[in-house]
Design a binder for this molecule. Structure first.
Ligand code: C6P
Length: 404
């Protein structure tokens, strides 16, 4: 049973006020709030266990290592990867993409080789490839979208050439909410012998992601958008691909032996984890994923889908409302503009009513160019949001409208 009042009690921040009004937190796409079980587990580890992992023979170090490696197993199970060797801890989605861009291009790409991305990507899935383009002379190709905010898969098919080496694509758009058909994209890419990297920043928090069902080659997401702490994220990679890639950074943890003449590297996944990992955060992340699993990802998905549909209906009833992203399969995000009210004005005035939304280009400027706007207002839902909060948003928008 999905009991919202019990759930909300796990997130004390939701009961606070801003400007003397109850907080309505609708900026979950940017980051999510943390349940008490995550905060308690991290505090408890600092209080009672804290020691560096993988290094000490002493009791605390072994206990901390056990918690850290247990977190890796929790992540593996959460995304249904085959092995913990396929789970690399990173700082977040951005670092996961940068890692692959750097290592994949270094090992497996030549000048003139191509990477395919899409028009709806976050800057984190554009700029790392552009850096590689400048350094190594690779080319970027872009899958266009239709006016509903859906990928044009036929156009994607036409982009494949013998030089295509990788597709790197968002699972869910952080602006449009479009859920891209990853399994189908993977099937088509694999038929050309091309692997697929999935940016799961906006999917892993919202519905079950299953690595074996998606069959993607790499997948990355952020802890802080998944009700876990900041500063930790996950990169999944199929073992056969990770094995072929060189380390991203050098340092402690990622080596087997070091001599001035030659250094050999540790086995997976440690080869990609140079330096002390944020082991308190990995423990916190595991607690967050356990929390999501207890609630049930299917229940979370159903709840957020209802909120998204309800919000969309309510917004459509407002005269002069323009919605961005009306894909058949969309999730947890509603982007809009009302008449000629600037997104920043709308966001600032909603904030004064206690309603937290995001405004601007959402780190997706090429998409803004495609939509011919400088930015939008975005409400993004989390597992704890309510219909009453959607009502508050709609009422807030109507109030803002009267001020113009
Ligand atoms: N989007 C948003 O408000 P990091 O910063 O590494 O945790 O996540 C980057 C990122 C990558 N891909 C997608 C699809 C994303 O949505 C994000 C983060 C936030 O939409 C902050 S810009």
């Amino acid at each position: 049973m999905y009991n919202l009042s019990f759930i909300r009690a796990d997130f004390p921040i939701l009961s606070r006020q801003v400007y003397g009004r109850p907080l309505v937190y609708l900026d979950n796409g940017a980051t999510t709030q943390k349940p008490l079980c995550v905060l308690d587990a991290m505090r408890d580890e600092y209080l009672n266990v804290n020691a560096n992992v993988h290094r000490g023979v002493h009791y605390l170090s072994q206990q901390a290592t056990d918690l850290h490696e247990a977190a890796r197993e929790t992540v593996r199970a959460f995304i249904n990867a085959r092995s913990t060797n396929e789970i690399v801890f990173t700082r977040g989605t951005t670092e996961g993409i940068n890692l692959i861009a750097s290592s994949f291009c270094e090992a497996l790409m030549q000048p003139g080789d191509e990477v395919i991305v899409s028009e709806m990507e976050h800057h984190s899935n554009i700029v790392p490839w552009q850096l590689q383009a400048a350094r190594r002379g690779i080319a970027l190709k872009v899958i266009p979208i239709n006016d509903r905010g859906e990928l044009l898969l036929e156009e994607m098919d036409a982009l494949f050439t013998p030089r295509t080496r990788l597709i790197s694509i968002a699972h869910v758009s952080n602006v449009l909410g479009t859920v891209n058909p990853i399994a189908e994209i993977v099937r088509r890419a694999h038929s050309h012998g091309v692997p697929v990297l999935v940016d799961g920043a906006q999917s892993a928090p919202h519905f079950q992601v299953d690595m074996q069902a998606l069959d993607c080659d790499f997948f990355t997401f952020s802890g802080h958008k998944t009700y876990g702490p900041t500063g930790v994220g996950v990169l999944y990679g199929k073992e056969e691909w990770l094995d072929r890639l060189p380390p991203y950074q050098g340092g402690g943890e990622m080596i087997e032996t070091v001599a001035f003449e030659k250094t050999t590297f540790a086995a997976l996944p440690f080869k990609f984890e140079a330096g002390t990992p944020d082991y308190i955060a990995t423990h916190g992340l595991a607690k967050a994923l356990d929390y999501l699993t207890r609630l049930g990802m299917n229940n979370i998905e159903r709840h957020e889908q209802e909120l998204t549909n309800y919000c969309t209906q309510q917004l459509k009833a407002i005269d002069g409302m323009r919605l961005f992203g009306e894909a058949e399969h969309k999730d947890a995000v509603v982007s809009f503009l009302l008449r000629d009210i600037h997104h920043l004005d709308m966001g600032t005035l909603l904030d004064r009513l206690g309603i937290a939304v995001r405004t601007g280009h959402h780190c997706a400027q090429p998409l803004m160019t495609r939509l011919k706007v400088s930015g939008t207002v975005r409400a993004s839902f989390g597992l704890y949001n309510t219909r009453e909060e959607v009502d508050a948003l709609v009422e807030g928008i109507r109030r803002v409208e009267t001020m113009f």
